[in-house]
Ligand binder design. Sequence first.
Ligand SMILES: Cc1cc2nc3c(=O)[nH]c(=O)nc-3n(C[C@H](O)[C@H](O)[C@H](O)COP(=O)(O)OP(=O)(O)OC[C@H]3O[C@@H](n4cnc5c(N)ncnc54)[C@H](O)[C@@H]3O)c2cc1C
Ligand SMILES: N[C@@H](CC(=O)O)C(=O)O
Length: 529
Amino acid sequence: MPKCDVLVIGSGLAGLTFSIKFAEKFPDKSVTVITKADESESNTKYAQGGIAVVLDELSDSFQQHIDDTLKAGAGLGDLNVIETVVKEGPDRLKEIISWGAHFDETPEGDLDLGLEGGHSANRIVHHKDITGFEMESTLLRKIKQLKNLKLLSHHFAIDLITEHQVSEKVKKYEEGKKLNCYGAYVLNQKTDSIETFQANYTILASGGIGQVYKTTTNPLIATGDGIAMAYRAKAKLKDMEFVQFHPTALYKQGENPSFLISEAVRGFGAYLRNRSGKRFMFKYDDRGELASRDIVAKAIDREMKRLGDECVYLDCKHLDQKKFKEHFPNILNKCIESGIDPFKDLIPVAPAAHYVCGGIDVDLNGRTNINNLYACGECSRTGLHGANRLASNSLLEALVFAHRCFIDISKKIPDTVSFKKIPEWNADLTVPPEELVLITCSKNELKTLMTDYVGIVRSEERLNRALRRLKVMYEETSALYKKLVISTQLCELRNMIDVCYVIVKSSANRSENVGGYYNIDLEEEELQD
Ligand SMILES: Cc1cc2nc3c(=O)[nH]c(=O)nc-3n(C[C@H](O)[C@H](O)[C@H](O)COP(=O)(O)OP(=O)(O)OC[C@H]3O[C@@H](n4cnc5c(N)ncnc54)[C@H](O)[C@@H]3O)c2cc1C
Ligand SMILES: N[C@@H](CC(=O)O)C(=O)O
């Protein structure tokens, strides 16, 4: 039975940042990072635009970044959290630079600051259009130097271990006593066996949920596993109705994930046009293409529905070609590969599920309501984003909260740990699946259901329909789960259903029409060309 001082679930920006800090500070303690696919596979790896940090005190200020964050989130963010994250950002950025991350610079040698939607100043630090790849690679290089840090790829966390597994007296805990977390059951995908990972502290850094939708910018790993595990372990979730859709994913039918055309391209001056070539964004917001993400995504959705189209278009033809090539080499390559020349053609784009603003409810130190269980990064709900995340605030949040989890745990870590006796996973009476198609079809059905009924704009009737269907899918999958040998596909389906259920329920419970992705308030006449 593997044992360690800290178990970290996820090897994206949040998980690796925490792990490096902890392993460096406590060389005699052990950190195990488990991750469900190859070590670099994560949302982090695909982050494009950059990380929002206030660096230029002449043209920007902490207060402006705070105001922009609060405004983008429809006033639902937690001011104390926003202030903390914004003000700690510069130190966290310096740290990752000191670990070897490179960001683009101006000819004068300052960090080059880009612009994205909802920001009142240029403050996006970036590495071309592959900022996340640069950060992820830096961290993966750094962990190789740390002997007390073990990274296990293709290890899939199935469930957290709490009193539910450890004690027969579960009721006692359900009556209000705080649960403890002792680690996780993990499917070793290399040996197909389920191992019990025991840990004094467990950190969920398992990222997002985009794959519960048919169209998403998130890679295949983003099935909401950490959020679903936390939910089943009775951790509190919050704000799950606030799923952010990125306005401009490349429209290419059948591609999963959808390729992102960074918001930084609009920050660089690109226009949005509808099929008739009209720029439409100013009808919806006086910031035009640079309104915050929820507004742009809703406007595009409205425009597509109004005209019966499957996409709108991004126009880059008027932009400086040399500079565009320097800033966006990855996007340019992808367009060319797809037969689109951005300097001659319009780029077809449509909104895609991108980011979950809610998640596992944590305090300012990343603590959940379960003892010894922390969460950071996209799977957590810190209160930073409110109803809609401001562009490039996610990498920032991951860095700041990974650090805060580390500081909190550092103060508490005991010299020695006595591990409890944990029961091994019981797979008695389970049988290998005869037809995997039952699982893959259900996954596809779920994605369609979410896209059609719980997408950008929601209605009570559609939510009710989704809920009814989800209940049936839940029953079907629970039956499979009891009967079949555990597999990644089955666990993912079970997690996705749990996550969707929470999204639908929280959407239905949020009666007022606030921010996020709800009804559009425009008068119909204003929409005519
Ligand atoms: C295309 C794209 C572009 C983006 N651009 C930006 C940007 O410019 N700026 C910005 O701020 N944000 C951006 N974002 C959002 C940002 O990248 C993510 O929110 C952030 O990187 C999340 O980091 P994380 O460490 O929390 O999770 P991730 O980086 O997603 O890492 C999660 C990890 O958990 C692992 N995992 C998941 N489930 C399990 C399980 N059951 N068992 C074991 N391991 C598991 C995964 O394999 C992965 O290693 C972008 C996102 C996408 C998809
Ligand atoms: N910066 C964006 C992604 C992008 O458009 O580059 C984000 O925060 O998700």
